[in-house]
Design a protein around this ligand. Structure first.
Ligand SMILES: Nc1nc2c(ncn2[C@@H]2O[C@H](COP(=O)(O)OP(=O)(O)OP(=O)(O)O)[C@@H](O)[C@H]2O)c(=O)[nH]1
Ligand SMILES: [Mg+2]
Length: 422
Protein backbone atom coordinates (compact mmCIF):
# COMPACT_ATOMS: atom_id res chain seq x y z
CA UNK A 1 0.00 0.00 0.00
CA UNK A 2 1.16 3.46 -0.80
CA UNK A 3 0.71 6.26 1.69
CA UNK A 4 2.30 9.63 1.27
CA UNK A 5 0.89 11.41 4.29
CA UNK A 6 0.82 10.62 7.99
CA UNK A 7 0.45 12.33 11.34
CA UNK A 8 2.39 10.97 14.26
CA UNK A 9 3.19 11.80 17.86
CA UNK A 10 6.76 11.54 19.07
CA UNK A 11 8.41 12.00 22.41
CA UNK A 12 12.03 12.01 23.49
CA UNK A 13 12.83 9.88 26.55
CA UNK A 14 12.51 11.51 29.94
CA UNK A 15 15.71 12.01 31.88
CA UNK A 16 16.27 9.74 34.87
CA UNK A 17 15.79 11.23 38.34
CA UNK A 18 18.72 12.32 40.45
CA UNK A 19 19.21 10.38 43.64
CA UNK A 20 19.16 11.57 47.27
CA UNK A 21 21.57 9.47 49.29
CA UNK A 22 23.99 10.04 52.18
CA UNK A 23 27.24 8.31 52.66
CA UNK A 24 27.11 6.03 55.68
CA UNK A 25 30.10 3.80 56.20
CA UNK A 26 32.11 2.41 59.02
CA UNK A 27 34.59 4.98 60.33
CA UNK A 28 32.90 7.74 58.27
CA UNK A 29 30.00 8.71 60.49
CA UNK A 30 29.43 12.10 58.87
CA UNK A 31 29.63 11.11 55.19
CA UNK A 32 28.45 13.64 52.65
CA UNK A 33 25.78 13.34 49.96
CA UNK A 34 26.52 10.79 47.27
CA UNK A 35 23.34 10.48 45.22
CA UNK A 36 24.18 10.11 41.53
CA UNK A 37 22.64 11.87 38.51
CA UNK A 38 19.94 10.38 36.36
CA UNK A 39 20.82 9.37 32.80
CA UNK A 40 19.62 11.37 29.79
CA UNK A 41 16.63 10.22 27.82
CA UNK A 42 17.06 8.98 24.26
CA UNK A 43 16.41 11.25 21.26
CA UNK A 44 13.93 10.49 18.52
CA UNK A 45 15.87 10.59 15.25
CA UNK A 46 14.61 10.43 11.69
CA UNK A 47 16.86 8.81 9.11
CA UNK A 48 16.25 8.98 5.37
CA UNK A 49 16.37 5.54 3.84
CA UNK A 50 16.51 4.91 0.12
CA UNK A 51 14.92 1.49 0.50
CA UNK A 52 11.60 2.95 1.58
CA UNK A 53 8.99 4.34 -0.77
CA UNK A 54 5.98 5.01 1.37
CA UNK A 55 4.88 6.23 4.77
CA UNK A 56 2.65 3.21 5.27
CA UNK A 57 4.38 2.16 8.52
CA UNK A 58 3.24 5.38 10.12
CA UNK A 59 -0.32 4.75 9.14
CA UNK A 60 -0.68 1.95 11.63
CA UNK A 61 1.66 2.94 14.43
CA UNK A 62 1.38 6.57 15.34
CA UNK A 63 3.03 6.93 18.74
CA UNK A 64 6.78 6.78 19.14
CA UNK A 65 8.74 7.26 22.32
CA UNK A 66 12.46 6.99 22.95
CA UNK A 67 13.80 5.22 26.05
CA UNK A 68 13.97 7.10 29.31
CA UNK A 69 17.22 7.54 31.24
CA UNK A 70 17.75 5.35 34.32
CA UNK A 71 17.60 6.95 37.74
CA UNK A 72 20.76 7.85 39.60
CA UNK A 73 21.76 5.71 42.60
CA UNK A 74 23.72 5.92 45.81
CA UNK A 75 27.52 5.74 45.86
CA UNK A 76 27.48 8.46 43.17
CA UNK A 77 26.29 6.04 40.55
CA UNK A 78 24.86 7.78 37.52
CA UNK A 79 21.92 6.30 35.67
CA UNK A 80 22.49 4.95 32.18
CA UNK A 81 21.26 6.98 29.21
CA UNK A 82 18.16 5.86 27.36
CA UNK A 83 18.61 4.53 23.82
CA UNK A 84 17.81 6.81 20.90
CA UNK A 85 14.87 5.79 18.79
CA UNK A 86 15.82 5.86 15.11
CA UNK A 87 12.89 5.89 12.68
CA UNK A 88 13.53 5.23 9.01
CA UNK A 89 11.64 7.35 6.51
CA UNK A 90 11.66 7.42 2.73
CA UNK A 91 13.94 9.94 1.05
CA UNK A 92 11.79 12.93 0.14
CA UNK A 93 9.84 13.11 3.39
CA UNK A 94 8.95 16.62 4.48
CA UNK A 95 8.48 16.93 8.24
CA UNK A 96 6.33 19.69 9.67
CA UNK A 97 4.94 20.54 13.07
CA UNK A 98 1.36 19.26 12.84
CA UNK A 99 0.00 22.14 14.88
CA UNK A 100 1.91 25.18 13.64
CA UNK A 101 2.76 23.92 10.16
CA UNK A 102 6.38 24.99 10.72
CA UNK A 103 8.92 23.11 8.61
CA UNK A 104 11.12 20.96 10.81
CA UNK A 105 13.10 18.91 8.32
CA UNK A 106 13.26 17.87 4.71
CA UNK A 107 14.92 14.51 4.26
CA UNK A 108 16.34 14.90 0.79
CA UNK A 109 19.47 12.84 1.06
CA UNK A 110 19.90 9.18 1.68
CA UNK A 111 21.25 8.58 5.19
CA UNK A 112 20.41 12.11 6.33
CA UNK A 113 19.57 12.25 10.04
CA UNK A 114 17.62 14.78 12.05
CA UNK A 115 16.88 14.83 15.75
CA UNK A 116 13.17 15.60 15.91
CA UNK A 117 12.64 15.30 19.67
CA UNK A 118 15.43 15.57 22.21
CA UNK A 119 15.51 13.39 25.27
CA UNK A 120 15.46 15.17 28.62
CA UNK A 121 18.64 15.55 30.60
CA UNK A 122 19.06 13.52 33.74
CA UNK A 123 18.22 15.16 37.08
CA UNK A 124 21.23 15.97 39.21
CA UNK A 125 21.77 13.89 42.34
CA UNK A 126 22.05 15.49 45.76
CA UNK A 127 25.85 15.26 45.60
CA UNK A 128 25.70 18.16 43.16
CA UNK A 129 23.75 20.47 45.43
CA UNK A 130 26.18 20.45 48.34
CA UNK A 131 27.35 23.94 49.33
CA UNK A 132 29.34 25.21 52.32
CA UNK A 133 26.04 26.23 53.92
CA UNK A 134 24.22 23.03 53.09
CA UNK A 135 26.63 20.17 53.24
CA UNK A 136 23.96 17.48 53.17
CA UNK A 137 21.20 18.56 50.77
CA UNK A 138 18.12 16.40 51.00
CA UNK A 139 16.99 17.08 47.47
CA UNK A 140 17.75 16.06 43.93
CA UNK A 141 16.32 17.04 40.58
CA UNK A 142 13.80 14.92 38.75
CA UNK A 143 14.70 14.07 35.18
CA UNK A 144 13.82 16.61 32.53
CA UNK A 145 10.84 15.47 30.43
CA UNK A 146 11.69 14.62 26.82
CA UNK A 147 10.49 16.94 24.07
CA UNK A 148 7.23 15.92 22.52
CA UNK A 149 5.34 17.02 19.46
CA UNK A 150 2.89 16.02 16.80
CA UNK A 151 4.36 15.85 13.34
CA UNK A 152 2.85 15.89 9.90
CA UNK A 153 4.85 13.77 7.47
CA UNK A 154 4.46 14.26 3.77
CA UNK A 155 6.33 12.39 1.11
CA UNK A 156 7.36 14.28 -1.98
CA UNK A 157 9.36 11.88 -4.08
CA UNK A 158 12.66 13.07 -5.38
CA UNK A 159 13.41 12.28 -9.00
CA UNK A 160 15.22 14.01 -11.86
CA UNK A 161 12.40 13.59 -14.33
CA UNK A 162 8.64 13.49 -13.90
CA UNK A 163 6.26 11.90 -16.39
CA UNK A 164 3.05 13.82 -16.91
CA UNK A 165 0.17 13.42 -19.32
CA UNK A 166 -3.38 12.22 -19.73
CA UNK A 167 -4.39 8.80 -18.42
CA UNK A 168 -3.68 6.04 -20.92
CA UNK A 169 -1.04 8.09 -22.78
CA UNK A 170 1.57 5.42 -22.09
CA UNK A 171 3.59 6.86 -19.18
CA UNK A 172 3.84 3.57 -17.31
CA UNK A 173 4.65 1.71 -20.50
CA UNK A 174 7.48 4.16 -21.11
CA UNK A 175 9.03 3.86 -17.65
CA UNK A 176 8.78 0.06 -17.77
CA UNK A 177 10.57 0.07 -21.14
CA UNK A 178 13.56 2.12 -20.01
CA UNK A 179 13.97 1.11 -16.35
CA UNK A 180 13.46 -1.83 -14.05
CA UNK A 181 10.22 -0.28 -12.74
CA UNK A 182 7.26 -2.61 -13.34
CA UNK A 183 4.11 -0.55 -12.86
CA UNK A 184 0.73 -1.87 -13.88
CA UNK A 185 -0.09 -1.13 -17.51
CA UNK A 186 -3.56 -1.48 -18.97
CA UNK A 187 -5.78 -0.04 -21.59
CA UNK A 188 -7.97 2.02 -19.33
CA UNK A 189 -7.51 5.39 -17.64
CA UNK A 190 -6.15 5.63 -14.08
CA UNK A 191 -4.35 2.33 -14.20
CA UNK A 192 -1.60 3.95 -12.18
CA UNK A 193 -2.87 4.96 -8.76
CA UNK A 194 0.43 5.36 -6.95
CA UNK A 195 3.68 6.92 -8.14
CA UNK A 196 6.55 4.70 -9.31
CA UNK A 197 10.22 5.49 -9.50
CA UNK A 198 12.56 4.00 -12.05
CA UNK A 199 16.31 4.38 -12.47
CA UNK A 200 17.47 4.77 -16.04
CA UNK A 201 21.07 3.91 -16.87
CA UNK A 202 22.61 4.54 -20.23
CA UNK A 203 25.60 2.77 -21.73
CA UNK A 204 28.08 5.53 -20.99
CA UNK A 205 27.39 5.04 -17.26
CA UNK A 206 25.22 8.08 -16.68
CA UNK A 207 21.89 7.59 -14.92
CA UNK A 208 18.85 9.43 -13.68
CA UNK A 209 15.65 8.79 -11.77
CA UNK A 210 12.23 9.05 -13.36
CA UNK A 211 8.86 9.28 -11.59
CA UNK A 212 5.65 7.94 -13.11
CA UNK A 213 2.47 9.35 -11.61
CA UNK A 214 -1.24 8.86 -12.26
CA UNK A 215 -2.64 10.63 -15.29
CA UNK A 216 -4.16 14.10 -15.16
CA UNK A 217 -7.42 15.18 -16.73
CA UNK A 218 -9.11 18.49 -17.27
CA UNK A 219 -10.39 19.85 -13.98
CA UNK A 220 -7.81 17.97 -11.92
CA UNK A 221 -7.36 21.18 -9.94
CA UNK A 222 -10.97 20.84 -8.79
CA UNK A 223 -10.39 17.20 -7.90
CA UNK A 224 -11.49 15.56 -11.16
CA UNK A 225 -9.98 12.13 -11.75
CA UNK A 226 -7.30 11.55 -9.16
CA UNK A 227 -6.98 15.31 -8.96
CA UNK A 228 -3.75 17.05 -8.14
CA UNK A 229 -3.12 14.70 -5.27
CA UNK A 230 -0.07 13.13 -6.92
CA UNK A 231 1.50 16.17 -8.50
CA UNK A 232 3.51 16.76 -5.38
CA UNK A 233 5.60 13.82 -6.55
CA UNK A 234 6.81 15.75 -9.57
CA UNK A 235 7.29 18.98 -7.61
CA UNK A 236 10.87 18.07 -6.89
CA UNK A 237 11.82 16.98 -10.41
CA UNK A 238 14.07 19.06 -12.62
CA UNK A 239 12.52 18.20 -15.94
CA UNK A 240 9.11 17.01 -17.09
CA UNK A 241 8.51 14.56 -19.92
CA UNK A 242 5.07 15.21 -21.27
CA UNK A 243 3.69 11.97 -22.75
CA UNK A 244 1.03 12.30 -25.44
CA UNK A 245 -1.16 9.71 -27.15
CA UNK A 246 -0.26 10.86 -30.65
CA UNK A 247 -2.68 8.34 -32.18
CA UNK A 248 -5.51 10.21 -30.52
CA UNK A 249 -7.11 6.99 -29.30
CA UNK A 250 -10.74 7.20 -28.24
CA UNK A 251 -11.31 10.52 -29.92
CA UNK A 252 -8.63 12.37 -27.97
CA UNK A 253 -6.63 15.12 -29.60
CA UNK A 254 -2.96 15.26 -28.54
CA UNK A 255 -2.65 18.95 -29.48
CA UNK A 256 -5.52 19.74 -27.15
CA UNK A 257 -4.33 17.31 -24.44
CA UNK A 258 -0.96 19.04 -24.23
CA UNK A 259 -2.60 22.39 -23.66
CA UNK A 260 -5.06 21.05 -21.08
CA UNK A 261 -2.46 19.18 -19.05
CA UNK A 262 -0.16 22.20 -18.97
CA UNK A 263 -3.00 24.33 -17.77
CA UNK A 264 -3.64 21.87 -14.93
CA UNK A 265 0.05 21.92 -14.01
CA UNK A 266 0.05 25.70 -13.80
CA UNK A 267 -3.15 25.74 -11.78
CA UNK A 268 -1.62 23.31 -9.31
CA UNK A 269 1.54 25.33 -9.00
CA UNK A 270 2.79 27.97 -11.45
CA UNK A 271 6.36 26.93 -10.71
CA UNK A 272 5.65 23.46 -12.09
CA UNK A 273 3.94 24.98 -15.08
CA UNK A 274 7.24 26.73 -15.83
CA UNK A 275 9.43 23.67 -15.48
CA UNK A 276 11.36 22.65 -18.61
CA UNK A 277 9.46 20.06 -20.66
CA UNK A 278 10.21 17.59 -23.39
CA UNK A 279 7.35 16.18 -25.44
CA UNK A 280 7.24 12.41 -25.95
CA UNK A 281 4.83 11.90 -28.83
CA UNK A 282 3.90 8.31 -28.04
CA UNK A 283 2.04 5.53 -29.90
CA UNK A 284 3.69 6.35 -33.19
CA UNK A 285 3.12 2.72 -34.22
CA UNK A 286 -0.63 3.37 -34.56
CA UNK A 287 -2.52 4.87 -37.52
CA UNK A 288 -3.41 8.57 -37.29
CA UNK A 289 -0.22 9.25 -35.36
CA UNK A 290 1.66 10.58 -38.38
CA UNK A 291 -0.96 13.16 -39.12
CA UNK A 292 -1.17 14.24 -35.46
CA UNK A 293 2.61 14.39 -35.17
CA UNK A 294 2.67 16.94 -37.95
CA UNK A 295 0.06 18.98 -36.12
CA UNK A 296 2.00 18.76 -32.85
CA UNK A 297 5.19 19.90 -34.58
CA UNK A 298 3.31 22.75 -36.11
CA UNK A 299 1.82 23.82 -32.78
CA UNK A 300 4.70 23.21 -30.33
CA UNK A 301 7.75 22.18 -32.36
CA UNK A 302 9.34 25.61 -32.11
CA UNK A 303 9.07 25.91 -28.37
CA UNK A 304 9.70 22.33 -27.25
CA UNK A 305 11.95 19.38 -27.95
CA UNK A 306 9.61 16.85 -29.51
CA UNK A 307 10.38 13.12 -29.85
CA UNK A 308 8.19 10.70 -31.77
CA UNK A 309 8.31 7.40 -29.90
CA UNK A 310 6.54 4.14 -29.43
CA UNK A 311 6.77 2.94 -25.86
CA UNK A 312 5.22 -0.31 -27.09
CA UNK A 313 7.81 -1.12 -29.76
CA UNK A 314 10.71 0.83 -28.30
CA UNK A 315 11.12 3.00 -31.38
CA UNK A 316 12.65 6.42 -30.68
CA UNK A 317 13.33 5.74 -27.00
CA UNK A 318 17.13 5.96 -27.21
CA UNK A 319 17.02 9.39 -28.77
CA UNK A 320 14.58 10.59 -26.09
CA UNK A 321 16.63 9.18 -23.21
CA UNK A 322 19.93 10.67 -24.45
CA UNK A 323 18.28 14.02 -24.93
CA UNK A 324 16.87 13.88 -21.38
CA UNK A 325 20.25 13.05 -19.92
CA UNK A 326 21.94 15.87 -21.84
CA UNK A 327 19.29 18.33 -20.73
CA UNK A 328 19.66 17.23 -17.10
CA UNK A 329 23.37 17.97 -17.24
CA UNK A 330 22.58 21.53 -18.20
CA UNK A 331 20.04 21.99 -15.41
CA UNK A 332 20.93 22.98 -11.85
CA UNK A 333 21.61 20.02 -9.58
CA UNK A 334 19.77 21.34 -6.56
CA UNK A 335 16.16 20.46 -6.09
CA UNK A 336 13.73 22.85 -7.63
CA UNK A 337 11.90 24.55 -4.84
CA UNK A 338 8.20 24.78 -5.28
CA UNK A 339 6.15 27.56 -3.79
CA UNK A 340 4.83 25.15 -1.24
CA UNK A 341 8.23 24.25 0.05
CA UNK A 342 9.39 26.83 2.55
CA UNK A 343 13.05 27.62 2.14
CA UNK A 344 13.91 28.51 5.66
CA UNK A 345 12.49 28.09 9.08
CA UNK A 346 11.36 31.19 10.89
CA UNK A 347 12.17 31.23 14.58
CA UNK A 348 10.13 33.71 16.52
CA UNK A 349 11.80 34.80 19.72
CA UNK A 350 9.68 33.60 22.61
CA UNK A 351 9.17 35.61 25.78
CA UNK A 352 10.95 34.03 28.76
CA UNK A 353 7.61 33.45 30.45
CA UNK A 354 4.03 34.64 30.26
CA UNK A 355 1.49 35.43 32.96
CA UNK A 356 -2.20 35.29 32.11
CA UNK A 357 -5.35 35.23 34.20
CA UNK A 358 -8.09 32.79 33.47
CA UNK A 359 -11.17 32.21 35.65
CA UNK A 360 -9.41 33.68 38.67
CA UNK A 361 -6.34 31.48 38.25
CA UNK A 362 -2.94 32.94 37.41
CA UNK A 363 -1.36 30.88 34.63
CA UNK A 364 2.38 31.05 34.20
CA UNK A 365 3.69 29.65 30.91
CA UNK A 366 7.08 29.27 29.26
CA UNK A 367 9.43 26.43 28.47
CA UNK A 368 12.09 27.35 30.99
CA UNK A 369 9.87 27.69 34.05
CA UNK A 370 7.77 24.67 33.12
CA UNK A 371 10.97 22.67 32.88
CA UNK A 372 12.05 23.78 36.35
CA UNK A 373 8.67 22.76 37.72
CA UNK A 374 8.76 19.38 36.02
CA UNK A 375 12.23 18.73 37.47
CA UNK A 376 11.24 19.61 41.04
CA UNK A 377 10.42 16.86 43.49
CA UNK A 378 7.49 18.49 45.30
CA UNK A 379 7.74 15.96 48.14
CA UNK A 380 10.99 17.49 49.29
CA UNK A 381 10.99 20.84 51.03
CA UNK A 382 14.48 21.76 49.95
CA UNK A 383 13.55 21.15 46.32
CA UNK A 384 10.41 23.28 46.60
CA UNK A 385 12.37 26.08 48.27
CA UNK A 386 14.88 26.00 45.46
CA UNK A 387 12.06 26.24 42.92
CA UNK A 388 10.69 29.27 44.76
CA UNK A 389 14.08 30.97 44.54
CA UNK A 390 14.25 30.24 40.81
CA UNK A 391 10.76 31.63 40.24
CA UNK A 392 11.68 34.78 42.12
CA UNK A 393 14.96 35.20 40.28
CA UNK A 394 13.25 34.87 36.93
CA UNK A 395 11.03 37.81 37.88
CA UNK A 396 7.87 35.76 37.86
CA UNK A 397 6.79 36.85 41.31
CA UNK A 398 7.07 40.51 40.31
CA UNK A 399 5.06 39.81 37.18
CA UNK A 400 2.37 38.08 39.26
CA UNK A 401 2.20 41.07 41.59
CA UNK A 402 1.92 43.37 38.63
CA UNK A 403 -0.95 41.25 37.35
CA UNK A 404 -2.71 41.88 40.69
CA UNK A 405 -2.15 38.65 42.58
CA UNK A 406 -3.27 38.53 46.22
CA UNK A 407 -2.49 36.22 49.09
CA UNK A 408 -4.48 32.98 48.69
CA UNK A 409 -4.89 33.18 44.90
CA UNK A 410 -4.12 30.09 42.83
CA UNK A 411 -1.10 29.94 40.54
CA UNK A 412 -0.63 27.26 37.93
CA UNK A 413 2.65 26.46 36.20
CA UNK A 414 2.58 23.49 33.87
CA UNK A 415 0.77 20.74 35.77
CA UNK A 416 1.63 22.24 39.15
CA UNK A 417 -0.88 24.31 41.13
CA UNK A 418 -0.22 26.14 44.36
CA UNK A 419 -1.60 28.84 46.58
CA UNK A 420 0.18 32.15 46.53
CA UNK A 421 1.73 33.41 49.77
CA UNK A 422 3.79 36.59 50.00
N1 LIG B 1 0.03 0.84 -29.66
C1 LIG B 1 0.61 1.36 -28.59
N2 LIG B 1 0.02 1.22 -27.39
C2 LIG B 1 0.65 1.76 -26.33
C3 LIG B 1 1.87 2.46 -26.43
N3 LIG B 1 2.22 2.87 -25.20
C4 LIG B 1 1.26 2.45 -24.34
N4 LIG B 1 0.30 1.78 -25.02
C5 LIG B 1 -0.90 1.19 -24.46
O1 LIG B 1 -1.72 2.21 -23.91
C6 LIG B 1 -2.40 1.73 -22.77
C7 LIG B 1 -2.11 2.63 -21.59
O2 LIG B 1 -0.75 2.55 -21.24
P1 LIG B 1 -0.21 2.92 -19.80
O3 LIG B 1 1.28 2.87 -19.88
O4 LIG B 1 -0.90 2.14 -18.76
O5 LIG B 1 -0.69 4.43 -19.77
P2 LIG B 1 -0.51 5.49 -18.57
O6 LIG B 1 -0.21 6.81 -19.18
O7 LIG B 1 0.44 4.99 -17.58
O8 LIG B 1 -1.99 5.51 -17.98
P3 LIG B 1 -2.49 5.91 -16.51
O9 LIG B 1 -1.68 5.14 -15.55
O10 LIG B 1 -3.91 5.52 -16.49
O11 LIG B 1 -2.29 7.38 -16.39
C8 LIG B 1 -1.94 0.31 -22.55
O12 LIG B 1 -2.87 -0.56 -23.12
C9 LIG B 1 -0.63 0.25 -23.32
O13 LIG B 1 -0.34 -1.05 -23.77
C10 LIG B 1 2.45 2.58 -27.73
O14 LIG B 1 3.50 3.16 -27.94
N5 LIG B 1 1.77 2.02 -28.77
MG1 LIG C 1 0.22 4.55 -15.68
Amino acid sequence: MFFDKAKIYIKGGDGGNGCVAMRREKYIPEGGPWGGDGGRGGDVIFRADEGLRTLVDFRYKRHYKADRGRHGEGKNMHGASGDDLVLRLPVGTVVKDADSGELIADLVQMGQEVVVARGGRGGRGNARFATPNNKAPKMAELGEPGEECRLALELKLIADVGLVGFPNAGKSTLISRVSAARPKIANYPFTTVTPNLGVIRVEDGRSFVMADIPGLIEGAHTGAGLGHEFLRHVERTRLLVHVLDTAGSEGRDPVEDFRVTNRELSLYNPVIGQRPQVIAANKMDLPDSVHNLARLKEAYGEEYDLFPISAATGAGLDALIYRIIDLLEGLPQELPVSEETPQHVVHRPEPRFTVTREAGIFLVGGKEVERHVAMTDMERNEAVERLQRIIQRMGIEDALKEAGIKEGDTVKIGKFEFEYVE
